[in-house]
Design a protein around this ligand. Structure first.
Ligand code: ZN
Length: 275
């Protein structure tokens, strides 16, 4: 059994979730992280049971509806949408609900207002997470995505926000994804801070290809790019992270075209020195 998890997006959504669960278990991984598109509209309890029966842990549930909105009514719709997803995260037994928070609302240039909306919404969602028996992980995204995907862009920013919303650090933490944090000069210190504050809830692995063709869907397999994954994994372990590292490779140009078993086998080889 490999102490690692597969984010199902890595396999390109080629098959129904039940088949994906079985493939991941057959390949010998200890966990997986499903997406809402695979779960919503289906029997969530039955999927949860299938995952448990396969012997897999759920390292995260991906991901939030973007928060920032141009109107108050729309903002509240987004919060409500996330409440539903957090309840599903609880049913799935997910270690955390992953928040990719969203960028600027249509027509806006006010990044600070978007960030304030994210903080407010996250505060509103804490009670839902508690009732659902799960946690919330704020995932900062590389600043490239500030306009359209996430106005939360560094570990420090995410940790500052988490501290302000929930000082006691029970259910609100962060997700450290190497694709988004590898370049950050404050990374080492902020990973250590997350660990000592008990807020390191998830660790996502892939690689940054030097010649990236598409900054969203051309992520590399571990070892094929420029990220010092050994060093970052060491920082994560030193911070006391006890969860399963999760492979998350968005790769419409390469890995999503390969058979699931092939991608899983290569993930396993590349993870061996890291986990
Ligand atoms: Zn991620």
């Amino acid at each position: 059994m490999m102490r690692a998890s597969i984010n199902t997006a890595t396999l390109g959504f080629q098959a129904p979730i039940r088949e994906v669960i079985d493939e991941v278990a057959r390949a010998g991984f200890a966990g997986l992280a499903p997406w809402r598109r695979e779960v919503e509209g289906a029997d969530v309890r039955a999927i949860a049971k299938h995952i448990r029966d396969a012997g897999l842990t759920v390292t995260g549930y991906c991901r939030s509806t973007y928060i920032p909105a141009a109107s108050r009514a729309q903002f509240l719709n987004h919060v409500e949408d996330n409440r539903r997803a957090i309840r599903d995260a609880g049913i799935l037994g997910a270690a955390c609900f992953v928040m990719v928070v969203g960028g600027l609302p249509e027509g806006s240039r006010d990044l600070e207002a978007a960030r304030a909306q994210v903080a407010e919404a996250t505060g509103l969602l804490m009670e839902t997470a508690r009732e659902a028996g799960t946690t919330i992980a704020l995932e900062p995204l590389h600043p490239f995505y500030a306009a359209d995907r996430s106005c939360l862009n560094t570990l420090k920013q995410a940790l500052d926000m988490a501290e302000a919303i929930e000082p006691e650090a029970r259910l609100l933490g962060i997700c450290a994804d190497v694709y988004h944090i590898w370049w950050d000069p404050e990374r080492t210190a902020q990973i250590a801070r997350a660990g000592s504050a008990n807020r390191l809830f998830a660790f996502h692995l892939c690689d940054w290809l030097r010649e990236t063709r598409d900054p969203l869907n051309d992520r590399g397999m571990m070892g094929d790019g420029v990220i010092d994954l050994g060093r970052i994994s060491g920082e994560i372990s030193a911070a006391g992270f006890t969860g399963l590292p999760e492979v998350e490779i968005f790769s419409s140009l390469d890995w999503w075209k390969r058979p699931m078993a092939e991608t899983l086998a290569i993930c396993k080889q590349r993870l061996a020195p890291l986990v």
